[in-house]
Write a protein that binds this ligand. Structure first.
Ligand code: NAD
Length: 472
């Protein structure tokens, strides 16, 4: 690719201190160069965001929101370019890449409509107590490689509308769409309001520990999230952590197994399973277990696994070599413990392709059941007692999402209430929307994103508690 990409620092497009290869996971070969920042550039980006903060925070919210709308319009206008670059660096099929960009546009527009009004907490006997919400300052936004664009918008929308400025750091294997978005920010926003720096997994700690960063908004693995939390401790920084998950799907005994298997398959295999809230283990009643597993296997065998830029591809490659090796190792281990009904072997071609894989007859302590696979592999487990399966679903350090499938909606909802996660979807999956708060329980996260609650995460409550002077 001839195109040059830049960092965005203080409203300018700047070259990196060095550069590194970005690999197309469908070929395993480099297709573009990414500029790499050094530590001095992290300091420059944070200084630019800090300098831009007072004027940006002082703008009326309507003006900030109008600029966020303008960013949404600019992204929308270039959807084809963004989607094609996203497929090249991330691997997802082009239609799913377009869907991610459209979702990003909707997210920005949704936040541009949200407001936090001052709240009167008391107004009696001459005592007026009002809660205002003030911005925090410089927000460091750190994102992973599975949804490189929309996960930036989940942070940028609320951060900018509430008056914060930002330094964004994408994952090193999917940095280019964020660089391209930095260009839009430089064209539309005042200098320094949004800065973009790229690294090779070496500048995150410098950024999160920076004394002038007020908040870290992080999406990524639980292991890295713990490091982020530790480094934020020194400055008592605000942190939002959106971390890993091991979502269970519980299928109840009153459903049509074939119909529900199709939905569970969709929830497990979208984005090649690389979704924090993908279905990562399915629990199915004993009486319909064989039929359910066979339907999943039929669907898996019909998948079109190929380069995401080819029309008709339903599943693209795994995004990077490290994850590809991890998923292959989990499958190899699962082969020794259970029965593989579909898939099971990486495809012998360049790139990181693993076909959708269905594994049955595993015990609950198999690594594929206990760990987050983050790939197109679904273990299907049997149950006969509803209380027991609820306990098995909850037996995890993770608590991000989950699904319950049942014809009797009241009963399915009752089961959902007993699942100890931030979100449980009933008879649907991945129903994430900018107006509905999203947050993990247990080690899946801290604080949250989206919805009005997500907006609050970028503000400090500021209580003004006043009484009139009696005799002054
Ligand atoms: P990761 O933790 O390896 O990397 C995430 C980001 O953190 C990258 O930008 C990386 O460069 C940066 N980073 C690395 N070391 C750092 C450090 N010491 N300090 C600060 N930042 C550092 O995660 P990943 O492999 O890119 O993403 C996959 C994980 O993300 C999965 O576990 C998935 O479940 C999770 N995820 C969660 C959500 C959610 O909303 N809960 C959404 C998407 C992905």
């Amino acid at each position: 690719m001839d195109r040059q990409f830049h960092l965005t620092i203080n409203g300018k497009q700047v070259a990196g201190a060095s550069s590194f290869d970005v690999v197309n996971p469908a070929t395993g070969e480099a297709f573009a160069q990414c500029p790499k920042a050094d530590e001095a550039m992290v300091d420059q980006a944070v200084a630019a965001a800090k300098a831009a903060f007072p004027a940006w925070a002082a703008l009326p919210v309507e003006e900030r929101a109008a600029l966020v709308e303008k960013l949404a319009d600019a992204l929308h206008a270039r959807i084809g370019e963004f989607a094609s670059l996203l497929t090249s660096e991330q691997g997802k099929p082009l239609d799913q890449a377009q869907y991610e960009i459209m979702g990003s546009v909707f997210t920005l527009r949704a936040f541009a409509q949200m407001r936090i009004e001052p709240k009167t907490l008391r107004d009696e006997g001459g005592n007026k107590v009002i809660e205002h919400r003030t911005p925090l300052g410089v927000v460091a936004a750190i994102t992973p490689w599975n949804f490189p664009v929309i996960l930036v918008m989940n942070k940028l929308g609320p951060a900018l509308v509430t008056g914060n400025t930002m330094v964004i750091k994408p994952a090193p294997t999917t940095p280019l769409t964020t660089c391209l978005f930095g260009e839009l920010c430089a064209e539309i926003l005042p200098a320094g309001v949004v800065n973009v720096i790229c690294d090779q997994n070496d500048l995150g700690a410098k950024l999160t520990g920076h004394p002038d960063v007020a908040k870290v908004a992080f999406t990524g693995s639980t292991a890295t999230g713990k490091k982020v939390m530790a480094s934020a401790a020194e400055g008592v920084k605000r942190v939002t952590l959106e971390l890993g998950g091991n979502d269970a799907a519980i299928v109840l005994d009153d459903v049509d197994p074939r119909k529900v298997a199709q939905k569970v398959y969709g929830g497990a295999m979208a984005n090649a399973g690389q979704i924090c809230v993908a279905i990562k283990r399915a629990y199915v009643p004993e009486a319909m277990y064989d039929e359910f597993c066979d339907e999943l296997a039929t669907l898996a065998k019909a998948a079109v696994v190929d380069d995401g830029s080819k029309q008709g591809t339903t599943i693209g490659p795994i995004q990077n070599k490290m994850q590809y090796d991890k998923v292959k190792a989990l499958i190899e281990d699962a082969k020794t413990r259970g029965t593989v009904l579909a898939g099971g072997d990486a495809i012998d071609r360049p790139g990181y392709f693993i076909p959708p894989t269905i594994v049955r007859d595993l015990d609950d302590d198999a690594p594929l059941v206990r760990e987050e696979q983050f790939g197109p592999v679904l273990p299907v487990l049997k149950y006969s007692d509803i209380d027991d399966v609820i306990a098995r679903a909850n037996d995890s350090d993770m608590g991000l999402g989950g699904t319950v499938w049942g014809k009797d909606l009241a009963r399915a909802t009752e089961v959902a209430m007993k699942i100890d996660t931030g979100t449980v979807w009933v008879n649907q999956y991945l129903a994430i929307d900018a107006n509905i708060p999203f947050r993990g329980s247990k080690q899946s996260g801290l604080g949250g994103e989206l919805g009005e609650a997500g907006l609050h995460e970028y503000t400090q409550p500021h209580i003004i508690n006043a009484v009139a002077l009696e005799d002054a």
